[in-house]
Design a protein around this ligand. Structure first.
Ligand SMILES: [Zn+2]
Length: 146
C-alpha cells in the first residue's frame, strides 16, 4: 500500500488487517514518483514487488489532503521555507493540471478533492511505467487499485 503520511489514515484499521498482512510505504501526498529517479518510495515498491512478490498494490489517497491543498497555497513572507516539500510536491503537478481542467468544465467540484482524486490516478499511471510491474501486469501476477 502506498498512502499519505497524514496521521488520520490508519491502513490496518481501514482494511481490518493483522500485523504481517500489509507492506506500507507512506509519503506526503501518497505519491508514486517516476521510475526513472531514485527514492525511498521507489525502493519500497521495488522490494515489495520483486522480493515479497505482492499480488496487489493499493494507492490510498484521502479527502482533505494537505499535500493537494498545498499545491494551491501562495506562501507568505513570514512562513517557513519548505524547499524539500515544494520539490517533492512537483510530483503532484500533473494531478493539479488534470484537476484544474476538470474544475474548469464543472465549477461545482472542489479543486482540492479533484486534485486528490487525480493524484491517485497519476500514481497508478506511474506504477504502470515501472518495468517489473508492467511485466507482472501482462502475466496477471499483480493488480493495481486506487
Ligand atoms: Zn494527504
Amino acid at each position: 500500500m502506498i498512502t499519505c503520511s497524514d496521521s488520520r489514515i490508519n491502513p490496518a484499521l481501514l482494511l481490518n488487517a493483522q500485523p504481517g498482512e500489509l507492506f506500507i510505504t507512506r509519503n506526503i501526498g501518497n505519491v508514486v514518483p517516476s521510475y526513472l529517479i531514485e527514492g525511498s518510495t521507489q525502493a519500497a515498491i521495488e522490494y515489495a514487488v520483486n522480493v515479497l512478490n505482492i499480488p496487489k498494490i493499493i494507492v490510498l489517497g484521502h479527502s482533505n489532503c494537505g499535500a493537494c491543498a498545498h499545491m494551491y497555497h501562495e506562501p507568505k513572507e513570514d512562513e517557513p521555507i519548505l524547499s524539500h516539500v515544494d520539490e517533492w510536491l512537483k510530483n503532484i503537478v500533473p494531478a493539479k493540471s488534470a484537476a484544474m481542467l476538470e474544475e474548469h468544465q464543472d465549477s461545482s467540484k472542489n479543486i482540492f478533492e479533484l486534485t486528490a482524486k487525480h493524484n491517485v490516478v497519476v500514481s497508478l499511471q506511474r506504477l504502470m511505467e515501472y518495468p517489473y510491474i508492467q511485466e507482472r501486469l501482462v502475466k496477471n501476477k499483480i493488480s493495481l487499485e486506487g
